[in-house]
Write a protein that binds this ligand. Structure first.
Ligand code: ADP
Ligand code: MG
Length: 230
């Protein structure tokens, strides 16, 4: 039996109108994320990595080409259906952790479950268990400003995974962390990929880190110029 790709981009374009001109961020990118994959996206600043990640996660729509998330062509979905699909299938981790500042770690992690109608008690239980997975059982009631950068990123990873998504998209997740803390966060992502089978797509500038992925996607000027199988 063949398993459908978790995400499939087929000759995807993304242009932005800028006054009288257009900026082309992606020019015909094709990419498949298979279940359980571990992909690294590398390339210089401005090459379209973040634009691609936003598309893969359904945060944005292509202006050309076809994009399917969980087998559903995103062009056929209403904004509500797309939001639901995103909530079911995708988790995001960003460079700047994007946690709610006045909210405890456990409530930050529980937030994606609110949109599913999970009971408050079950949300807290699930969020606490997820924080345990990332080694933060002792920090449930800390607010982000009471946590270190590495701890905040681990909270963000727990939040991304609390809905049990098929794919975790991480856009330079170690960009605001010192080297040792960044290494620990990457080690955590790799462990979660192996243990839970969540597919990971990681944008990184670190060639050594990228070399540990099962596939490297090299981007330049809005195109995939090379795919290196690890
Ligand atoms: N909202 C936007 N409006 C106009 N241009 C944009 C927008 N977002 C990105 N771009 C342009 O698209 C290109 C790719 O950006 P991005 O995907 O952020 O690259 P990367 O993440 O690889 O640094 C850049 O030239 C950038 O300036
Ligand atoms: Mg970027």
């Amino acid at each position: 039996m063949t398993v459908a790709p978790a995400i499939e981009a087929d000759a995807v374009w993304r242009t932005y109108p800028m006054g009288a001109t257009t900026v082309t961020a992606l020019r015909g990118v094709s990419l498949r994320v298979e279940p359980g994959d571990y992909l690294a996206v590398v390339g210089p600043s401005g090459s379209g990595k973040s634009t691609l990640m936003h598309l893969l996660g359904g945060l944005d729509q292509p202006t050309g080409g076809r994009l399917a998330i969980g087998g559903r062509d995103v062009a056929t979905l209403t904004p509500n259906q797309l939001a639901q699909l995103r909530n079911q299938l995708v988790g995001f981790v960003f460079q700047s952790f994007h946690l709610l500042p006045r909210t405890s770690a456990v409530d930050n992690v529980a937030l994606p479950l609110v949109y599913r109608g999970t009971s408050a008690r079950a949300r807290r239980q699930r969020a606490a268990a997820m924080l345990g997975e990332v080694g933060l059982s002792h920090r449930l009631d800390h607010r982000p400003n009471q946590l270190s950068g590495g701890e905040q990123q681990r909270v963000a990873i727990a939040r991304a995974l609390v809905t049990d998504p098929s794919v975790l998209l991480a856009d330079e997740p170690t960009g605001n962390l010192d080297t040792a803390t960044g290494e620990a966060v990457l080690g955590l992502l790799e462990r979660l990929n192996r243990s839970s089978g969540v597919a990971v797509v990681l944008v990184t500038h670190d060639r050594e880190v990228a070399a540990r992925a099962s596939r490297q996607i090299v981007m330049r000027d809005g195109q995939v110029v090379e795919q290196v199988v690890g």
